[in-house]
Design a protein. Structure first.
Length: 264
């Protein structure tokens, strides 16, 4: 991670002031789960505090569960997001198709809000971030690189929710995206593997991007909602086609096992 996120403490140099600055950076999503902090000497220099003060701050941040120190490995931002569901609940969700529909329905509404906020609030740096992501998405699409394109897909959604500048919305959606990463109950490959889906998905992502760049909040919301409705529909169709194929295989196997009655 870049080492210039931290600012010198410009008044009373205490451990509490150091903690407050780190807390804010974590809350705003500047510091992410797993980010490694600079070493003690460099961090003390950036904060302009003594190393004893810094050590006290590190201990307090560890006590609060915001950072973890690995012996010989450094200091890292802790997993402050956590999993949305317990393993038991994930197992239940994986067994019930309705959960996938409800998940996508929830994301449709929330991502519509995030896109609208992003269109209203995106800064120049936010716009550069979105442009970089969409250009890399287009490049991956041109290379026909499914894995890369699917990975950038999630990155794009992360970027949009960051541009919304609403910390509750951002952390809520980050938790939701973890469910995509583990693939327990929803597989992006089902959608990306559908004929013609990749082209449509790219077009939809670009529609969201262009509406945000144009500061058109209603259009951004409509584009994000339309994208999620498409994903929901294709996911449902893909699951249904997979079910049909499973039934067809069983029928075929059954016929092979049965004698030909017409020949008797």
């Amino acid at each position: 991670m870049p080492a210039n996120y931290f600012r010198p403490i410009d008044h009373i140099r205490t451990a509490d002031e150091v903690c407050a600055q780190v807390e804010t950076l974590v809350l705003e999503g500047v510091l992410r789960v797993g980010d490694k902090l600079p070493g003690e000497r460099e961090l003390a220099r950036q904060f302009d505090v003594s190393r004893p003060v810094l050590r006290d701050a590190i201990k307090e941040l560890e006590r609060r569960g915001l950072i973890v120190t690995r012996h010989g490995g450094g200091t890292f931002v802790a997993d402050v997001i956590g999993d949305v569901f317990s393993e038991t609940m994930l197992e239940l969700i994986a067994k019930h198709p309705k959960a996938t529909r409800d998940y996508l329905e929830y994301r449709r509404d929330v991502e519509g809000i995030a896109a609208a906020y992003a269109a209203e609030r995106a800064t120049e740096h936010d716009r550069k971030l979105l442009t970089d992501v969409i250009e890399r998405m287009e490049a991956a699409h041109a290379k026909d690189s499914f894995q890369e394109e699917a990975s950038i897909d999630i990155e794009f959604h992360h970027a949009v929710c960051e541009c919304a500048h609403n910390v509750i919305l951002m952390h809520t959606l980050r938790s939701c995206y973890r469910l995509l990463a583990n693939g327990v109950f929803f597989s992006r490959s089902l959608v990306y593997g559908h004929p013609g889906a990749r082209e449509k998905l790219l077009k939809q992502h670009k529609a969201v991007y262009e509406a945000i760049m144009a500061s058109d909040a209603p259009a951004a919301r409509r584009a994000a909602e339309a994208h999620m409705e498409f994903v929901e529909r294709f996911s449902r169709e893909a699951e249904r086609a997979k079910s049909w194929e499973a039934v067809a295989r069983m029928r075929h196997a059954q016929r092979l096992d049965q004698p030909d009655e017409a020949a008797g």
